[in-house]
Design a protein around this ligand. Structure first.
Ligand code: PMP
Length: 399
């Protein structure tokens, strides 16, 4: 095998560390699941309670979702083998765009092959060198990467800091376009953006607003379409993004917006033009999940009941859940090494909670990142709390 020596020298220490970790069993990432994940799952041969899954409403194995996906698989085959503007658009893709626009109450919605790509697409298509992008410090990497694809000016404001946001807006009058980017629910903190106030600022300073509702779509707000809905400002947010990989239990993403903006994105976003479209089975599964979500509201209630039980349980143990008020419940640890050891020990006791370390979170702010789903039973949650108590006590992190 030919090796580029410079490249090998650069990557060697980190690659060796990872390989050693995998071989010694110390590696805590990518456990190999051998079943579906419905509250419980199997990893290898071990049964575990899964407290890390974005399958918030337990729709990944819903019979109607499975049948819809299977039917489409048989009708259309595995893939479209093409990009949206060529042979990659089936009638199902069009139906899904319509369904998303209806759900968000917007004129149109553009469907892309991942939530990650949806953020890349909207930001890179709309921002140019006459744009200033004003972005929250804790925005997801898909937003950070989307911004990196532009030649816009970029200003970052401290997480949820409205004074800083206003200060930047006040000093941005020389830019033709201003784009504020925030998340409805922050993916590593589980807290909410103060969207009503951010909307006021966007109006006052004539800035467009993009809200990533990946972790709020489907179970927050009167119409379940996210934090803009909760705060009653949906009609004042120009661009709303969501993914299909969380409460809709599939894969893909969309940007809900007005017709002109949507068509512009379709004809300018490289992620739409140069990327194969979603498999029809996935599109059909997503459409079915959206229908179930509307007709089975008990799933949202169960999700919130579970979330509150888990969060209160942790707080009773004396653990910090930061400012979480969503099904994303971080358990703050701080030290990376300790965090990984805790993850490993919990897994050995039958509880899977993912570890979040740099670059997903700032250095030395590592945490376990639990995500709660409607699939968990009260017994699952209590079992997890018991095991968390044991492991955190052993590490001297609680009395
Ligand atoms: N935005 C946020 C806030 C996310 O948490 C994620 C996924 N973790 C994405 C976008 C990307 O979505 P997907 O994984 O469906 O591509």
């Amino acid at each position: 095998m030919v090796k580029n020596k410079g490249l090998v020298a650069k990557i060697a220490p980190e690659a060796e560390y990872i390989i050693q970790g995998k071989e010694s069993g110390a590696y805590v990432f990518e456990p190999h699941f051998s079943s579906a994940q419905r509250g419980k799952a199997t990893i290898g041969d071990a049964k575990v309670v899964v407290l890390t899954s974005n399958n918030y409403l337990d729709l990944a194995t819903h019979p109607e979702v499975i049948v819809a996906a299977k039917t489409a698989l048989e009708k259309y085959g595995t893939g479209t083998c093409g990009a949206r503007l060529h042979n990659g658009t089936t009638e199902l893709h069009v139906q899904l765009e319509k369904a998303c626009a209806e759900f968000f109450h917007t004129e149109d919605a553009v469907v892309l092959s991942a939530g990650y790509l949806a953020n890349l697409a909207v930001i890179s298509a709309l921002a140019d060198d006459e744009t200033i992008i004003i972005t929250d410090q804790y925005n997801h990497m898909s937003i950070v990467d989307g911004i990196a694809l532009t030649n816009a000016q970029v200003r970052i404001f401290q997480h949820n800091n409205l004074e800083k946001l206003e200060y930047i807006l006040k000093n941005s009058s020389q830019f033709k376009q201003k784009l504020i980017v925030v998340e409805g629910v922050y993916s590593m903190e589980g807290d909410l953006a103060p969207l009503d106030e951010i909307v006021n600022l966007s109006e006052k300073y004539d800035a467009s607003l993009l809200v990533d509702e990946a972790h709020s779509f489907g179970f927050i707000g009167e119409n379940s379409c996210g934090v803009a809905d909760l705060k009653n400002v949906s009609d004042k947010v120009h661009l709303r993004m969501t993914t299909f990989s969380k409460s809709l239990a599939n894969v893909g993403g969309c940007i809900a917006t007005d017709r002109k903006t949507a068509e512009y994105i379709r004809h300018n976003a490289h992620q739409y033009i140069f990327n194969a479209s979603l498999p029809p089975a996935t599109v059909a599964g997503t459409l079915a999940a959206l229908k179930v979500l509307k007709k089975e509201p008990w799933r949202q209630e169960k999700l919130w009941e579970n979330t509150i039980r888990f969060r209160h349980g942790l707080q009773k143990l004396g653990l910090s859940t930061m400012d979480s008020c969503s099904p994303i419940v971080p358990i703050y640890v701080g030290d990376d090494q300790k965090n990984m050891e805790i993850t490993k020990e919990l897994l050995a006791k039958g509880v899977y909670i993912a570890t979040a370390i740099f670059p997903a979170v700032p250095k030395n702010e590592s945490r376990l990142r639990a995500t709660i789903t409607a699939a968990l039973s009260q017994e699952d949650i209590d079992f997890a709390l018991q095991k968390i108590a044991e492991v955190f006590q052993k590490h001297g992190l609680i009395a």
